[in-house]
Design a protein. Structure first.
Length: 114
């Protein structure tokens, strides 16, 4: 099983980034997929997740700014991040989970400068 995250980088406040996470070795469509982040000195937190279809959930801090989507044909989950703020700076991790299983990507750094 491999989850390969990409798309992080350095952006100014108010800018946008799109993260991607490509999965292999799993039946992607059967997993709940999500994005987490961990800032220095803080615990990892859930940013957004989707089990599929139009069902999505978001942390209050990113509602209205971030959008999670998935393409099961490409085994890929995306996180579109708009109106980025310095407090969004963190390492972002993708995750695929179902009962008894949880798989993590390697993390991609997002840095938002003020």
């Amino acid at each position: 099983v491999q989850l390969q995250a990409s798309g992080g980088g350095l952006v100014q406040a108010g800018g946008s980034l799109r993260l991607s996470c490509a999965a292999s070795g799993i039946i992607f469509s059967t997993y709940i997929v999500g994005w987490y982040r961990q800032a220095p000195g803080k615990e990892r937190e859930l940013v957004a997740s989707t089990p599929g279809g139009s069902i999505t959930s978001y942390a209050d801090s990113v509602k209205g700014r971030f959008t999670i989507s998935r393409d099961n044909a490409k085994n890929t989950v995306y996180l579109q991040m708009n109106s980025l703020k310095p407090e969004d700076t963190a390492v972002y991790y993708c995750n695929a989970r179902r009962i008894g299983q949880s798989h993590w990507g390697q993390g991609t750094q997002v840095t938002v400068s003020s």
